[in-house]
Design a protein around this ligand. Sequence first.
Ligand SMILES: Cc1cc2nc3c(=O)[nH]c(=O)nc-3n(C[C@H](O)[C@H](O)[C@H](O)COP(=O)(O)OP(=O)(O)OC[C@H]3O[C@@H](n4cnc5c(N)ncnc54)[C@H](O)[C@@H]3O)c2cc1C
Length: 364
Amino acid sequence: MTAAADTPATTNTPNRIWDVIIVGQGLAGTTLAWQLLHAGASVLVIDEEAPVTTSKIAAGLITPITGQRLALSWRVDDMLPAARAFYARVEATIGQKVFHDRTAVRLFKSDIERDLWMKRKELPAFQAHLTDPQPSNLLDPSIGDASGGGFHMQTAQLDVAGYLAASRAHFNYEAMALDWHRDVQLSEAASIAGGYRARHIISCEGFAATRNPYFSWVPFKGAKGDILTVRFHRPVPPQCLHRGIWVVPTSEPGVFRVGATYDWRTLDQVPSISGRAEIEDRLAAFFQVPYTVIDHKAAIRPIIRESKALMGLHPLHNRLGFFNGLGSKGSLHAPWFAGCFAAHLVNGAPLPPAFDLRRRVDPL
Ligand SMILES: Cc1cc2nc3c(=O)[nH]c(=O)nc-3n(C[C@H](O)[C@H](O)[C@H](O)COP(=O)(O)OP(=O)(O)OC[C@H]3O[C@@H](n4cnc5c(N)ncnc54)[C@H](O)[C@@H]3O)c2cc1C
């Protein structure tokens, strides 16, 4: 393997053989690129530069306790330290803060949810993540309801768009929409159009991988998500709020992201009227501050199984790889999974069997 980690990009040289070409610079491709660079590989990243992608619109929330059942996120006590260490290392290289600790509040929808919170809090695995329930209106008289709420601990937010943009400036990078039929030839050293050649080409294309002829057999379950950006007409606390939906601050005072919906049937990126209505209805149920919607976007989460990534080399083509399926937990999970895949590609370390493409699914 060649090239050094943590060094700025060098000019692309056609006909050079890269260790890895990554197709797609979303959260998956960006994080895998960094982990490969950290492991000493040379990497070329290509991306079609679509204006709206799942990663570009994501809120980047990292919340260890999630959902109505207040479930502990899978292996969070491994994932969170791995994510913190990884993003801190990237921040040191790019000279920009992208990982932010956040205070997050869950407002209880009912006394039943409050009771569940208290039960969970008694369990050892949850104690580091939940505070005691707090009285109602714990933040602001216009926010909250009779059942009160509680503070999530160890919550964070990745500025995903900032992370992608700053990383790109440090990568060997080409703007290119790769056509797998036309541009990819798989031989001893995999090669793509434009003279770029590599030992491995890795598809990190998010839900677009469903159109990739080499991976169309992977069983994706996409989930479209609508997300709003709103400007509140009076000051509100700059905290993340959860109550069926989440409300999270942006770097601009008074401007928050609000979302997100899950639509498993309409798999397009068109912002939907019903998605917006669902978000606004849920917001109105607990938040009485007037606002204006200043942006509305939608994209598809690449889900394969339970928001856990699937990765590895193609069962029939050793030069071709796949890293995808980050689902709703990309910000938290990407560093750990990408670290495993990078170790596999660079050092031959075995992949965790449950997430190894070759063990999990059969190509048609
Ligand atoms: C509304 C919404 C809110 C979300 N909020 C959160 C959150 O709070 N926390 C969290 O952890 N996760 C969140 N997610 C999920 C998170 O965004 C995903 O896990 C993550 O973005 C997936 O990244 P990806 O790189 O796999 O896919 P993508 O972001 O889709 O990236 C794929 C990239 O590949 C490019 N590409 C595809 N095909 C080609 C090709 N042939 N040639 C060149 N380029 C190509 C695409 O243009 C794109 O840039 C949210 C998702 C949505 C939709």
